[in-house]
Design a protein around this ligand. Structure first.
Ligand code: GDP
Length: 485
């Protein structure tokens, strides 16, 4: 490659085709404009409509964000508890929680909802959101100020009286009745869009309910899901979504690259590791091993599942019998660097050992690396989350990806990297042999929405929402989930 850009194939496009705003301070967030130098795959181009929409939305975030008159006014309104006629500025507060993958999917979904409804997105600063990610919007902050008068929203749950679902259930609000005068609407509603949510909470995904919600100035959303496929099912948003995303399999790809830039410390973890272990290889293969069941932390069957997947799909060269030596290839041999990520090191040790013990059938050199093995998922610890974020990002810099089904960690990597992964089937609890087939090639790089509404809002009855639109289909890893293709 070019000497000044040793990792990218072509001269890097630092603004990602106009996706990123220009003019932000480069030193305080080096990843924003340097990431393209590390990506071989430049990714998809954003549509002109998406670019225009983002610039307009940035303007809204500046005009209505914290420390503006409009924000102070909206906070006053929140104190009085009642909505006003048509407020200048409306807000979505996104509560981030659970694992990092879930938090990224949730905030990306909240952002798209905010953009579609012309609301300002503010994220809960808890859970290291401020330490892991740079500010995405120029000239303002997306962090909800810690002194906001919102009730202690971190404790909001399915039982919260102000949840939209409970307000429907208790007839405080009615979506199908003639329009409620604004003065009778609450100043805020809590949207419980968590994996455990109930039927009334899921009415969020119906057009009548969106009409009602559009008059509530403050919405507080808690979700651990990628709800975007659900937004595609709302008639009111369809035209705009079609214009924003002519390539429907690249929605998350654009959202995640626009919003999530590693802070300088995390960017250091990523770039030092990439340059030391991955940059010089001819091919980089990322393998993400997520064991949801602790009994699978050291399972020969899971090991066999991983190796048979990579051999069958020809992602790695096969190995010769122990005594055989491959004929030395003349000149330089092609090399593959394998980046493994996992909470444990057992699979990494085994695969690395195999490629040390025995020669490859092709004569290729294979090196195997794993940056960390944290043992188990930890909460509220920024060094742990920083490593997780760095590893997701490093996976996204690989040329080929193998991920674990069901895992949002892998979803983030595939979206950032613009890679349609090979997916390891989730193992049954008492696994007695490697699943056959061990893995499948996903149909798109989009994440799966794990808990969609299975309801026909017009007919008011159950419906398979995976059968309504050609581009909203069931996922292969989570059969009842929905994904964009
Ligand atoms: P999911 O549970 O697989 O959907 O992914 P999440 O990212 O939401 O939650 C899993 C959490 O466990 C991560 O955020 C990390 O904190 C930790 N974790 C899981 N796998 C890995 C890994 O391969 N590397 C690191 N560093 N952490 C991991």
């Amino acid at each position: 490659g070019d000497v000044s850009f040793p990792y990218a194939r072509s001269p890097p496009d630092r603004l990602l085709g106009g996706l990123l705003p220009d003019g932000l301070d480069e030193r305080s967030c080096r990843s924003r404009y340097e990431s393209s130098m590390y990506r071989r795959n430049p990714g998809r181009r954003p549509s002109p409509h998406l670019i225009a929409k983002l610039r307009k939305h940035e303007e809204l975030q500046r005009r209505c964000g914290p420390n503006t008159n409009a924000y102070n006014l909206a906070i006053e309104q929140l104190r009085t508890g009642r909505s006003v006629g048509s407020p200048d500025c409306k807000y979505v507060v996104s509560i981030s929680y659970r694992g990092l993958g879930n938090r990224i999917l949730a905030a990306a979904s909240a952002f798209l909802y905010a953009a579609l409804t012309d609301r300002v997105l503010l994220v809960d600063p808890g859970n290291e959101m401020d330490e892991l990610f740079c500010e995405p919007f120029p000239g303002t902050t997306w962090l909800l100020p810690r002194d906001s008068p919102l009730p202690s929203y971190t404790n909001f749950s399915i039982d919260t009286a102000e949840s939209y679902g409970n307000m429907l259930r208790n007839k405080v609000l009615r979506a199908d009745a003639p329009a409620t005068p604004a003065a009778e609407l609450p100043a805020f509603a809590y949207l419980h869009l968590d994996h455990d949510y109930g039927h009334e909470d899921k009415m969020f995904f119906c057009d009548d309910d969106q009409r009602l919600l559009s008059n509530v100035q403050w919405l507080v959303m808690r979700t651990d899901l990628y709800t975007v496929p659900g937004l595609f099912l709302l008639t009111a948003f369809q035209e705009e979504l079609d214009a924003l995303f002519p390539e429907r399999d690249a929605v998350f790809h654009h959202l995640v690259r626009y919003l999530f830039h590693p802070t300088n410390h995390v960017w250091g973890l990523i770039t030092r590791y990439y340059r030391a272990y991955l940059a010089r290889a001819d091919l980089r293969l990322g393998i993400q091993v997520r064991n949801f069941d602790p009994r699978h932390a050291q399972s020969p069957h899971v090991l066999q599942q991983i190796t048979s997947c990579v051999w069958r799909e020809k992602l790695l060269p096969e190995l010769l019998a122990t005594e055989e030596l491959a004929a030395p290839a003349p000149g330089a041999r092609p090399s593959t660097a394998v980046l493994m990520t996992s909470l444990r090191s057992w699979y990494y040790e085994r695969i690395k050992g195999m490629y040390w013990d025995r020669a490859t059938a092709t004569g290729e050199d294979v090196s195997v690396h794993q940056p960390s093995h944290e043992g188990q998922q930890q909460f509220g610890k920024s060094s742990h989350d920083g490593r997780a974020w760095a590893e997701m990002y490093l996976l996204s810099l690989c040329d080929v990806l193998v991920t674990s089904g069901w895992s949002t960690f892998g979803y983030v990597a595939q979206g950032l990297g613009c890679a349609r992964p090979w997916v390891l089937h989730k193992q049954p609890e008492n696994i007695t042999s490697a699943p056959d087939p061990p893995c499948f090639r996903d149909v798109s790089m989009e994440p799966c929405f794990h808990a969609p509404h299975v309801y026909d809002c017009k007919m008011k009855r159950g419906m398979d929402t995976g059968e309504v639109l050609p581009h909203v289909r069931h996922c292969q890893d989570v059969s009842w989930g929905l994904k964009l293709v």
